[in-house]
Each structure stands twice: as structure tokens, then as C-alpha cells.
Design a protein around this ligand. Structure first.
Ligand code: MF3
Ligand code: CO
Length: 275
């Protein structure tokens, strides 16, 4: 999302977090279906209807569809498109870096998640870009598990990217966000170390954490469709996102089937689910 102001934060009760988990699992299922269908020759519009049908089969609604008149259930962002690409006449080609962003609303509760994959074999730099961005997301989630202020998440994401590949850039004009009874809520969650340490983290805070990393420069432009965000220098981009709840004792990754257990254990952090 684009940048927004801070105000009162929506804190969820344990029961509400369980409802958000149900929404998150629908989004996870939609992304898993798209991931399995994504390969050279796959058509963007087919992947979009696949995601929509999985979401509706889960008794949920695609929350992207109709959001500010957005016309699809997924964002489909290839190569130099960073985010918010609209599924249209694109057909996946070998070597493409493809980001799929997807979300659901179930019983009034929103979830939002994104993955980036290579179609066929990627060149080594694209492979690195995808993996560095994925690891930065998980490092940001691990920070959320232990942080006292939201700003620590962006600091962890920036440190992760810079340590892995200093020449990569992190978008500043698009950021993560609070999520719950709406898809985009306060606070904003930047992906870099900022002077403002951000609001205090409390149990029940749910964030969509979503680093967007580019091969080269971070300048972007928006196509005439009003949505598609591209790098100005045509460098490729990766985008990974999860909807993550802070509970009394840690975090619960609502859009990951294992709740984040495997990735967080690898970082010495235990998940704190409410199941
Ligand atoms: N994860 C994207 C974001 O937070 C979701 C965009 S929904 C859309 O910006 F409808 F605006 F595409
Ligand atoms: Co989002």
C-alpha cells in the first residue's frame, strides 16, 4: 500500500485472532494453488480465476477484487513490475520473476500475503533477489516477535537485505500495514530503518509485513492503468508478504500453514499460536 498516517491501532482479542487465522489459511491455500499452477505458459488470468475459486471455496471473498475498483483477485507482477500488476494478457515465460499477491475476507476479517517465484530457471541474480527478499520478510517477522516498537521490524528487514546484497534497493514509497476489519489499517510498516520508532507493539496487533526489494534503483512509476508499479530503471523486483499476529508470548504467522514454526525456529524464535 502507499504511505499513511498513524492513529489508534485495532487490537484483536484471542477469538478475533482465531478468526483471522481462518482467513489467513484461505489466502495461504489460494497462493499454494497458484504456486502449483505457475510455470512457463501459465496465463495470468487463469491464475487469477484459480485464486478466486479457491478463496470462494473457502467461503471467503477475494478482498482485492473491487478494492478502489481493483479489477482482480490477485496482483500479478512480473520482472520490473514491483507490485499491483493487474492480471491481463500476460503469459509466464521461462526466467520470469513472478510475484503473486492475494488476500481474502472471511466473516469480516482480512488477510493479505504475497510470494515471488521463478518460472523455470532463474539467472543467479534473480534467484538471489527472490531469496534475499524472502529471508528479509522472515527476519522482519522474527523481529516482530521480540520488538517493542513497530520500527524495529523495518530495521531488521533493511539489515537483512544489506547484509545479503548491498547493491539491492528497498522500496520506500510502498510499505506494509495494519490489517484486521479492513485490509489496510494503521500503522504503516516501513521496510527500512527509520528515525521514527513507530507505535508500541501490544498483544493483538496484526501486521501485513511486505518487503519489496529491487535489483538496482528504488525509483518507481505507475502505469496509465493507475495500478502497475514499475522500476524506472527496469530492474527486477521481488515481493514477499505475510499477515502476522502478535500474541501475548510471540507471533503467529496467520497466512503460513505451519504458523511460521519452521522459519522462526531457524531464527531461534518460537511461534506463539492460539490454536
Ligand atoms: N498487498 C497489497 C498491498 O498491501 C494488496 C493490494 S490490494 C489491491 O498494497 F487491490 F490494491 F491490489
Ligand atoms: Co499488503
Amino acid at each position: 500500500m502507499s504511505r499513511l498516517r498513524r492513529s489508534r491501532l485495532e487490537l484483536k482479542t484471542p477469538d478475533q485472532l482465531r478468526q483471522m487465522r481462518a482467513s489467513g489459511l484461505v489466502t495461504a491455500a489460494a497462493l499454494a494453488a497458484v504456486r502449483d499452477a505457475l510455470g512457463p505458459g501459465a496465463a495470468a488470468v487463469e491464475l487469477d480465476s484459480l485464486a478466486e475459486s479457491v478463496i470462494r471455496a473457502g467461503a471467503a471473498r477475494p478482498n482485492f477484487l473491487g478494492y478502489d475498483e481493483y479489477p482482480a483477485s490477485i496482483c500479478f507482477s512480473v520482472n520490473d513490475v514491483v507490485v499491483h500488476g493487474i492480471p491481463g494478457d500476460q503469459v509466464v515465460r521461462p526466467g520470469d520473476v513472478v510475484s503473486i499477491d492475494c488476500g481474502a475476507e472471511l466473516d469480516g476479517w482480512h488477510s493479505d500475503a504475497a510470494i515471488t517465484l521463478g518460472a523455470g530457471e532463474l539467472d543467479p541474480r534473480a534467484e538471489l533477489l527472490v531469496e534475499v527478499t524472502r529471508r528479509a520478510l522472515w527476519d522482519g517477522i522474527a523481529a516482530f516477535a521480540q520488538a517493542s516498537h513497530v520500527g524495529e521490524i523495518g530495521a531488521a528487514i533493511e539489515a537483512s537485505v544489506k547484509a545479503a546484497e548491498p547493491s539491492f534497493g528497498i522500496l520506500r514509497d510502498y510499505v506494509g500495514h495494519g490489517i484486521g476489519t479492513a485490509m489496510h489499517m494503521d500503522p504503516e510498516v516501513v521496510n527500512f530503518a527509520a528515525r521514527d520508532r513507530g507505535p508500541k507493539i501490544r498483544p493483538g496487533l496484526v501486521l501485513a509485513i511486505e518487503p519489496m526489494v529491487v535489483e538496482r534503483g528504488t525509483a518507481t512509476s505507475v502505469d496509465s492503468d493507475g495500478w502497475t508499479v514499475r522500476t524506472v530503471d527496469a530492474g527486477r523486483a521481488a515481493h514477499w508478504e505475510h499477515t502476522v499476529a502478535r500474541t501475548e508470548r510471540g507471533v503467529w504467522v496467520l497466512t503460513e500453514p505451519d504458523g511460521g514454526a519452521a522459519e522462526l525456529a531457524a531464527r531461534g524464535v518460537a511461534i506463539a499460536p492460539l490454536e
